[in-house]
Design a protein around this ligand. Structure first.
Ligand SMILES: [Zn+2]
Length: 95
């Protein structure tokens, strides 16, 4: 199976030290699990929460996860860890 431009599990890119990749990996598992949980509930499929979770997962696929949708700044790691589905940084969220 061909994936995109042929790069499958592409060579390691220079990443920020500290491993945003591995953090994203565990956040993704968390989001996946919460999606499953919601979907198992009656009506869970149409909740806003599920939309947020799916949005976060698609941002991971786009490579924009961890980036604020309002100011394009980086969302703090502590915030991402606590709230992996968040769309904006603490500054924008409290503004
Ligand atoms: Zn922001």
């Amino acid at each position: 199976m061909q994936v995109g431009n042929g790069h499958q599990f592409a060579a390691p890119r220079p990443m920020q030290p500290g491993g945003t990749e591995s953090m994203m990996h565990s956040a993704r598992r968390l989001l996946d699990a919460r999606c499953d949980e919601l979907r198992a509930r009656p009506g869970g499929d149409s909740t806003e929460e599920l939309q947020e979770l799916l949005h976060a997962l698609s941002r991971m696929n786009d490579g924009t996860w961890g980036q604020c949708e309002k100011c394009n700044g980086a969302i703090g790691r502590d915030r991402l860890r606590a709230l992996p589905e968040t769309r904006c940084c603490l500054d924008c969220a409290t503004r």
